[in-house]
Design a protein around this ligand. Structure first.
Ligand SMILES: CSC[C@@H](O)[C@@H](O)C(=O)COP(=O)(O)O
Ligand SMILES: [Zn+2]
Length: 247
């Protein structure tokens, strides 16, 4: 595992930050996860990515590379406190998603996943734009909602009868320009573990890699279901106190 506090003093030390036989080492995990996410269609064509915070080290993928082909030697390491790079592969730039990942880490996340899943994009097209900037995907009474945590600092996951709410922000021409509206949505929905980006994809995070991955999988399942429900004319949720089973 990566050193908990020591920052590198030599090139060799910097290499040690990303090289490990341990499959749970963040640089190995990012490469492994991106291969899995590529197979799901989440990070194809260089889009999407994953970042991990381990103590005060942030592990980041390079920008514009085929995310499924990355090697640990491609990974950037940033000091979370100073935001200085402790390891920088010379010919690469860090992911354009870095400020968005940092927004999640600042709020306690241990891992943040960005996907360009077509189900996530389709759901954003099915929820009307709210010019008051509070567009939100809402669904209830679907078993997989239980795969999503109640919120930061809260114990346990949502229940079957809880309503899942995922805010939607508008896309921008450049990834980093999403940061402000992402942070506004994070403040407005402090319990959310995900934010959809219209016509673009989603950011999903969790306290650790396991939670970020399983929440991302649960949400993608729910989005696919929601798109199919919409095609069948089935409602996602009732706006009143009535339960869906009463409709
Ligand atoms: C297909 S380009 C997609 C990028 O603009 C961006 O949206 C993205 O998800 C990945 O950015 P990157 O800088 O390669 O990590
Ligand atoms: Zn993207």
């Amino acid at each position: 595992m990566a050193s908990e506090e020591a920052n590198p003093k030599t090139v060799d030390d910097a290499e040690q930050l990303v090289q490990s036989e341990d499959p749970q080492h963040p640089s190995n995990l990012i490469c492994e996860l991106c291969r899995k996410f590529y197979a799901l269609g989440w990070v194809t064509g260089t889009g999407g990515g994953t970042s991990i915070r381990y103590h005060d080290h942030i592990f980041l993928a390079p920008s514009g590379v085929q995310k499924e082909l990355m090697k640990p030697s491609d990974i950037f390491v940033m000091d979370f406190n100073t935001k200085e790079y402790l390891r920088k592969p010379s010919v690469l730039k860090p992911s354009a998603c870095t400020p968005l990942f940092l927004a999640a880490f600042t709020r306690g996340a241990g891992c943040c996943i960005h996907t360009h899943s077509q189900w996530a994009v389709l759901v954003t097209l099915l929820v009307e734009r709210d010019f008051g900037q509070s567009a939100c995907f809402e669904i209830e009474e679907i078993e997989q909602i239980k795969g999503i945590g109640k919120g930061r600092g809260k114990v346990g996951n949502l229940g079957y009868h809880d309503r899942l709410r995922i805010p939607i922000i508008e896309n921008t021409a450049f990834e980093e320009d999403l940061t402000e509206s992402l942070e506004v949505a994070m403040e407005k929905y402090p319990d959310t573990y995900a934010i959809l980006v219209r016509r673009h994809g989603i950011y999903v995070w969790g306290d650790n890699v396991h939670k970020a991955k399983t929440q991302c999988e649960s949400l993608d399942y729910i989005f696919q279901l929601a798109v199919e429900m919409k095609k069948l004319g089935l409602p996602w949720a009732k706006s009143s106190d009535t339960h869906l089973s009463d409709i």
